[in-house]
Every structure is written in structure tokens, then in C-alpha cells.
Design a protein around this ligand. Structure first.
Ligand SMILES: Nc1nc2c(ncn2[C@@H]2O[C@H](COP(=O)(O)OP(=O)(O)OP(=O)(O)O)[C@@H](O)[C@H]2O)c(=O)[nH]1
Ligand SMILES: [Mg+2]
Length: 491
């Protein structure tokens, strides 16, 4: 049995899992996304809407989410998370960040946390009519950790080879040069040496960090704990790095290679496996958040990198149609929503093209999922909409623009924004043929050649309701996401 299917059987055999399925009154929603994809903002916005909708009678705010639009949602609240050893998602802090006086986006996530949302609703008339409730369990985690999932099926030798090979590609070679040079001086057959191992791990981490920086936005950089150590900060569990192993290299006991392999395997079994077994192996539904715009901004190399990363990660999930009988023992993901986040950076006329690019990015995962019977949809989404749309006249022409307050420090055409001033921006057109954006080897598209250019905006100013309490923040298609992900369970 492969390492992955092993893991799934372990998860499904746990008693807790079985009782949850038998209860049938809730679901575990996987919010999947690489770092900075928009997971924390999405979970915060979702919780805000679902807990506020009843109190504030905001039926229209989620008009496509039927249970809400039909007025059958009678309550929404947070409940204690199911696992006491995992921190509760800091919903109040994240919401305060977004809606406080200085409106800012939440910090990058450093640790795992969990949230349970409980909805009260009226079933439509029928045999099971009447009051009912439904729980949605969600886990938030640093996106970097997701990239560890494919490691479970890779030996140290394979991982070493792939990582060294990838670091030689044009987009990565400049950041990787120091570490690669050092790695070549290491003798895998030589005696184990702690000082050398530490040095290799440090230089390897420095490479990963540089490649991750905003300007290049590269995606495939495991092991995830190297960039976001969580409670492993400074731990010897992270003192390993790939070695130049020739094809068929025999790892001898006591050698440098044996030591690195041991630590790699221990990272997999003590860090990666428990994380996925406890939080990912038993998801019912999944939303995959993808920041396609950041990769588009950085050019074709970053896009292909993102494509590879998504393909590897999504390939590791257990997906397929739920058969009620079989499903009792083999929970599978039966619905997947793939969403391009931050769609508020574009005019809505470009959303179709963004969706087409996203389909292209995730084509293999979509095909695999549909083949195994899961329902897949692709949307352009903004969990929090930071811009509005305006038509700007230029002579006889009318241009479609978006207006918002760019984050302090963002610049466009020589103007540097202060975070307060609003600006009308023409994000430009995405190409009609989604394949066009993947062509070429340029790392970052030079600014004057780019057809599209995105700025980051501050969160919007929250409106106040009649009772003086802030209203849920504006969004784009959050309601469609709700309807697709759990609308069918709230009938
Ligand atoms: N305009 C806009 N920006 C967004 C939206 N969602 C996320 N962002 C931006 O994307 C950044 C990352 O969002 P997060 O929700 O923190 O991303 P994450 O997936 O939790 O990232 P990690 O915690 O690093 O894994 C934010 O700081 C915002 O700048 C959105 O709906 N609209
Ligand atoms: Mg986060």
C-alpha cells in the first residue's frame, strides 16, 4: 500500500471520524491554498457573513446562497472547535484587523487553528421538515505546509534529485547558486557531520526564502516547515537538506547521506503525516484558493511553477463521488470548488478570462476529479472586495476602471501611494487565449510589456448597519461559493 493510501485508511478508521459521519449533520470543509492565497481572509469573511446574516437581516448580501435568500437561515454562531489540542481560529482578531480603524489584512498564518461554524435553519417542507442545524468545521494553517503532502510518497533520493534539478531552472538558479555550490562540495558517502548538515540546511532555507519573495512568487518550495516552522522553530528536526546523489547510489550506514535520509524520513513521519492525517485525510468538500493574479504579475515561469505545485498537491487528495454505503468507511471529497481569489483586482468583465486561466492552471486536477466522479466548479472570487467599479471617460472612450485605496508603498507610473488616497486603476486586459500567459520564459514580465498590472489594495471601509454594528464586508461570489459547497445540505 502506498504511503498516502495508508494515511487515508488510518484516518477513516478513527472512531471520531466514524461518529461524525454517522451524525451526518455537518461537514469538514477543506480550505486549500498555498501561502498568501487568501485562506485566512476567506474563512474570516465566511464566518462574518454566516454569523451576521440573521441578526442583520442581510438576505441580499448572499443572494445566491438559497437557504439565506429564502429566509430559512435562522441562526449562525461559532462553537467550540472539535479538537481541544488545536487552537481556535482567531476570528475576532482577524475581523478586527480588517474592520478596525487602520484596516489591514491579517498576518500570514504561523500556526494551525480550527473553527466550527454552526448554522440553524428551517428545512423546506417535507418528510424531514422543521428546525435543523448544521456544523461546518474548517482548519486554517500556513500555506507552506500544504506543499509537504507530496513528500509522503517521495524517498530522500527522489526528493534530493527533484529539488536539485528544479533549483537549476532559469527562474530559480540565481537564488539557488550559493546553496547548490555548497551542496556539490558535500560527499554523500563521507562520514556524517553535524556542522556540515547545519550549514547545508541554513543555505537551503535561504534559497527557499529568496525564491518565495514577492517579486518572484515561486510556489514549489517544500519542506514547508523550513519557511514556516511553527513550533519547530530551531528544532533539529529541520537540520537536513537535499544531497547530490547519483542514480542508484547506495546509502551506507554512518554516512552523510544516511544521516540526511534519516532526518528527512523523521520529518515525514513526525511532522507531515500527523498533520495530514488529522486535518486533511477526512475532508468532505474542498475549496481550492489560487492567487493566479500574483503569479500572472510575475510572468510565465511563476505561472508554470504554480501549475506544478497545484498539480502535485491536488493529486494527493482523495477525491470521488460519495457512495453512502462505501462512504461510511471511505470518506471522500465529492465536491471541489476551485476559486481564483482577489478577483476584486479586476473589472468584472475580465472575470471570465481569469476563470479560463484558472482552468488551465488546474486542468489536470479538474480532469482527475471529474473522472473519479467529483463535482468541480471554477469561479473568480473575492472574499473581501476592496474595490468598486467605475466607468472613466477619456475623450470619446469610456474605460472600465476599478477604484480603491492602494496599500501604502504600492506604486504605479511613478506615483507612490500612501494607503489613504483612492485611485482609479485600469487593470488592463487578460489575454483571450488562456494558454498565452504560460508561454515564454521571462521571470518577471517587464512593466512596459505587461498587458495587465495589479496593485494591492487596503481592505474596504466597513459600512455600519442601522443598529450601529458593522455590516459584513462586501464580497464577490462568496454566496456562490457557499451554495456550491454546502447549499445542498441545507435544503
Ligand atoms: N483585494 C483582496 N485582497 C485579498 C483578498 N483575500 C486575500 N487578499 C490579499 O492576500 C493576502 C493574503 O491573504 P491571506 O488570507 O492571509 O492568505 P493565506 O492563504 O491565509 O496565507 P498564509 O497564511 O500565508 O498561508 C492578504 O494579506 C491580502 O493582501 C480579497 O478577497 N481581496
Ligand atoms: Mg493564513
Amino acid at each position: 500500500m502506498s504511503a498516502l493510501s495508508d494515511l487515508f485508511s488510518e484516518a477513516r478508521n478513527s472512531a471520531a471520524n466514524l461518529s461524525e459521519i454517522l451524525r451526518g449533520k455537518g461537514l469538514r470543509l477543506g480550505v486549500t491554498g498555498l501561502s498568501r492565497a487568501g485562506k485566512t481572509v476567506f474563512i474570516t469573511a465566511l464566518a462574518q457573513h454566516l454569523t451576521a446574516i440573521v441578526r442583520q437581516g442581510q438576505k441580499n448580501a448572499l443572494s445566491v446562497f438559497r437557504v439565506a435568500a429564502e429566509g430559512r437561515l435562522t441562526g449562525g454562531r461559532l462553537e467550540p472547535q472539535p479538537d481541544d489540542h488545536v487552537a481556535r481560529f482567531a476570528y475576532e482578531d482577524h475581523l478586527a484587523a480588517l474592520t478596525g480603524l487602520d484596516r489591514h489584512w491579517p498576518q500570514s498564518t504561523k500556526q494551525i487553528s480550527e473553527l466550527r461554524l454552526c448554522l440553524d435553519f428551517e428545512r423546506r417542507e417535507g418528510f424531514f421538515g422543521g428546525a435543523a442545524h448544521f456544523t461546518i468545521d474548517i482548519v486554517d494553517y500556513p500555506g507552506e505546509w500544504l506543499l509537504d503532502l507530496p513528500l509522503l510518497e517521495k524517498s530522500f533520493a527522489v526528493w534530493s534529485r527533484e529539488t536539485l534539478e528544479a533549483s537549476a531552472a532559469a527562474a530559480r538558479a540565481p537564488f539557488a547558486a550559493d546553496w547548490r555550490g555548497f551542496a556539490q562540495t558535500l560527499d554523500p558517502a563521507g562520514p556524517e557531520d553535524e556542522a556540515l548538515a547545519r550549514r547545508a540546511a541554513e543555505m537551503f532555507t535561504a534559497y527557499l526564502r529568496a525564491a518565495r519573495s514577492d517579486a518572484y512568487a515561486l510556489s514549489t518550495l517544500p519542506p514547508g516547515r523550513f519557511l514556516m516552522p511553527g513550533d519547530l522553530e530551531g528544532s533539529p528536526a529541520l537540520t537536513f537538506a537535499p544531497l547530490p546523489l547519483t542514480e542508484g547510489f547506495e546509502i551506507a550506514p554512518g554516512s552523510m547521506a544516511a544521516m540526511m535520509e534519516r532526518r528527512y524520513e523523521s520529518y515525514k513521519s513526525h511532522v507531515v503525516r500527523p498533520f495530514f492525517r488529522d486535518h486533511f485525510a477526512r475532508l468532505d468538500r474542498q475549496i481550492v484558493l489560487v492567487d493566479a493574479l500574483a503569479a500572472l504579475n510575475s510572468g510565465p515561469a511563476a505561472l508554470r511553477d504554480l501549475q506544478n505545485a497545484l498539480n502535485e498537491v491536488l493529486g494527493a487528495f482523495r477525491i470521488g463521488r460519495a457512495n453512502p454505503l462505501v462512504n461510511l468507511f471511505r470518506p471522500k471529497i465529492d465536491k471541489i470548488l476551485i476559486a481564483a481569489t482577489k478577483a476584486d483586482h479586476l473589472h468584472h468583465l475580465s472575470h471570465d478570462r481569469l476563470e479560463a486561466i484558472l482552468r488551465q492552471l488546474t486542468a489536470r486536477a479538474i480532469q482527475r476529479s471529474e473522472f473519479s466522479g467529483a463535482e468541480v466548479d471554477v469561479i473568480a472570487l473575492a472574499a473581501v472586495r476592496a474595490t468598486r467599479e467605475v466607468a472613466v471617460r477619456r475623450g470619446r472612450e469610456t474605460l472600465d476602471a476599478i477604484v480603491g485605496a492602494p496599500l501604502a508603498g504600492e506604486s504605479l507610473d511613478g506615483q507612490i501611494f500612501d494607503g489613504e488616497t483612492e485611485a482609479a486603476i485600469f487593470p488592463g486586459n487578460l489575454p483571450a487565449d488562456p494558454r498565452a500567459v504560460f508561454r515564454g520564459d521571462a521571470l518577471a514580465t517587464p512593466e512596459d510589456e505587461a498587458d495587465f498590472r495589479f496593485l494591492r489594495f487596503r481592505p474596504p471601509i466597513a459600512a455600519l448597519g442601522p443598529d450601529g454594528v458593522t455590516l459584513p464586508l462586501p464580497h464577490i461570489r462568496l454566496d456562490r461559493a457557499c451554495q456550491f459547497l454546502f447549499g445542498d445540505r441545507l435544503r
